[in-house]
Design a protein around this ligand. Sequence first.
Ligand code: GLU
Length: 437
Amino acid sequence: MSVRVRFAPSPTGQVHIGNIRAAIFNWLFARHNGGQFLLRIEDTDRERSTPEAVQTILGAMEWLGLNFDETPLYQSTQHGQHHEAAEKLLAAGRAYKEDKGGTGQGECILFRMPGTDMGFHDEIKGDLLKKAEDMKDFVIVRSDGSPVFHLANVVDDITQGITHIIRGDDHVENTFRHVALYQALGAPVPRYAHLPMIVNAQGKPYSKRDGAAYVGQFRDMGYSADALFNYLTLLGWSPGEDREKMTRDEIIAAFTLDRVKSSPAQMDIRKLTHMNGLYLADLPLDIFAAGVRRHLATLDWGQALDETLFMKVCRLMQSRTPLFVQSESWKYFFVDPLDYDEKAVHKTLRKEGVKAALETIRDHLAGCDFSEVGIQQAIRSSEAALGSGEGKLNQTIRIAVTGVTTGAGIYETLCVLGRERSLTRFNNTLTTQLGAP
Ligand code: GLU
């Protein structure tokens, strides 16, 4: 039997990461098994479904490389099939009509549950059971003739020949009803795999209140599609060993449902950002530079940068920049005067002996070979001259030449800035921050 799975989103708004993770797991399962991955747009709720939301879904899938097989099926085109199934159930005595609430508004159609305990095997959660008395008959066609989710969902899965249903575990309870519908319609029951919920740090369902929650937000924040894809595969699935960054082919090869965890998966944006950093670090330099350039072009200081300096900075900062937006912190490489971090200046520079120390270091740097090694030696000999421990003055130097407390190694940073600019920075800091004449 060839595998056929589907992603069946309701087009009512943004694409939540929980939904797209379901799409990713279906896609991986299909690709691993050489099967088919289908798209079905569950647009039966005419009031809430919008064409824009369909475009958002298609855009998110394309961005993440989730290519689907066959033409997408729109649920709203399947009402004929839904009604046919309802008629079949009525004829077999498995459904009945009722004027619910006796309002005279017309009759709806209810499905008759079998009246026995029910169970199904879930590939992730194991065997699940429910008592007969906990399952009531339910509406499958409303009095206005519109099919209810349960009927439409099952009938469409039969129409599309779906073999495995991989979806969020918010649907576990529905599945007992769905299994009963399959049986009553005489269709083979597919296999089920309910994915663990994505939760926040408190273990509650992850929502937009917890931070970015929609695919479009991550794209706008500059996350790479490959990094988000990779990160989301690890939310609830594990390749076994302690592997992190994996190519798509590696993930496809390793993806099996028995490695999906049954416990909730915690969303951690810091881990995603770290993952993004691994992807950015591996980009060819010119592609990385192009991404940075696109971002910096949105800033007033970031447009006409010296190309040679820009490429040197990219080379230095690539492995330390997990998101393109963080290139905003590179301003000190390009712009004078510096934006000094006031607190750092106060704490580190406005101390006794700093003025003399900066002057000594400046003078050593003025005469040294301005390579990383040369710079390091100059700083070492300044430290010796000042009776200061090795590396003790690094932070002072950093603040003096960049105005801030973090960045790449100080020797590398000075080297990229170049001698002339570095010396000017020492002098400017001495005059503007330390009141030296
Ligand atoms: N439209 C439903 C949802 O988005 C589909 C559930 C399913 O995959 O069966 O929750």
